[in-house]
Design a protein around this ligand. Structure first.
Ligand code: GDP
Length: 333
């Protein structure tokens, strides 16, 4: 089955000044828009919610901050926005623009959100870095990091922790950054990593990623280091599979995705490497990189994969039951 109850899905809020790149990120990561098309996106003037939860492992909302929204306005419902529903807040800073106003907004946003909900993970995307040289990237990150943290300590809120990422929609950095953000929100991550470690060592596999298929965010991988080239290869592989499934694999009722629990795919690269994809559930797929000679025992790999999938289902099932019990107990108090 593809059991993945709503309460185990990470919830993320995307904020930043107008034109910082929020809609572009949303469209590129979750709606397969090509980066060049974002040049023609209309700027939004209101808070927009993008509910991708029916198709993704991740629950994700984008909140555009038009100039007129003021956090200190008593009608602004901070409790609702930053409350328990929000697990991570991503703040976008346009690195190609003068970022002083952005830094001010970052500070006021983070301070306000922290008061309402100190459990939020605060993530800062230093965005549009495709226009910067490597030296400029380092310098910009250093300066933004320094200024943001100085402001926090001046206002006595240095218990707030900010994480920084350099991102661009023109390469894989935006997917990589999102992956890191999402992974922090999955309490089962160490268990998933462990299961992946067991799976790859029993199957003679070099590397395995667990992907949210729609967004190409990887929600977990084994504990060997992630090499960007492998990650990009796997992303491209998923794109190919999705395209081919949509063209040739569509069911009669167009409502259901062409990607289903029968999905699997193999690509042999001329570097004698094999890319192997297996569907895990409605949202997740495993993509493995392995040497061709080790694929001779595909039966073993498939068997190990089924064991992995069952174990994962168990992990999420138990967590969901536990939180249902908690809720029930709270309600009866
Ligand atoms: P929003 O108002 O925050 O939603 O910003 P938009 O998504 O509308 O983006 C504003 C502009 O920034 C658009 O013209 C995008 O093409 C551009 N943009 C977004 N992300 C990037 C990026 O990573 N690099 C570059 N060079 N431009 C970007």
């Amino acid at each position: 089955g593809s059991y993945m109850p709503a309460e185990v899905k990470p919830k993320i809020l995307l904020l930043g000044l107008r034109r910082s790149g929020k809609s572009s990120i949303q469209k590129v990561v979750f709606h397969k828009m090509s980066p060049n098309e974002t040049l023609f996106l209309e700027s939004t003037n209101k808070i927009t919610k993008d509910d991708i939860s029916s198709s993704s492992f991740i629950q994700f909302q984008v909140w555009d901050f038009p100039g007129q929204i003021d956090f200190f306005d008593p009608t602004f419902d901070a409790d609702n926005i930053f409350g328990g529903q929000c697990e991570a807040l991503i703040f976008i800073i346009d690195a190609q623009d003068d970022y002083m106003e952005s830094l001010e907004k970052l500070h006021s946003t983070v301070s306000r959100a922290y008061k309402v909900n100190p459990n939020i993970h605060f993530e800062v995307f230093i965005h549009k870095v495709d226009g910067l040289s490597d030296d400029q990237k380092i310098e910009t990150q250093r300066e933004i990091h320094q200024r943001a943290n100085d402001e926090l300590s001046e206002s006595g809120t240095d218990s707030i922790h900010l994480s920084f990422y350099l991102t661009s929609i023109y390469d894989h950095s935006i997917f990589e950054a999102f992956s890191k953000v999402v992974q922090k929100l999955i309490p089962q991550l160490p268990t998933m990593e462990n299961l992946l470690n067991i799976f790859i060592s029993n199957s003679n596999i070099e590397k395995a990623f667990l992907f949210d298929v729609v967004s190409k965010i990887y929600v977990a991988t084994d504990s060997s280091p992630v090499d960007m080239a492998s990650y990009e290869l796997c992303c491209d592989f998923i794109d190919v599979i999705i395209d081919i499934s949509y063209i040739y694999g569509m069911k009669e009722d167009a409502e259901t995705s062409a990607f289903d629990n029968q999905s699997s795919s193999i690509i042999r690269l001329n570097s004698s490497t094999i890319l192997y994809l297996r569907e895990v559930n409605k949202y997740l797929a495993m993509v493995c990189l392995l040497r061709e000679e080790n694929f001779a025992r595909q039966g073993l790999i498939d068997y190990n994969f089924i064991c992995f999938r069952d174990a994962l289902q168990e992990v999420f099932g138990i967590r969901a039951r536990a939180s249902m019990m908690r809720e029930r107990n709270q309600n009866s108090l």
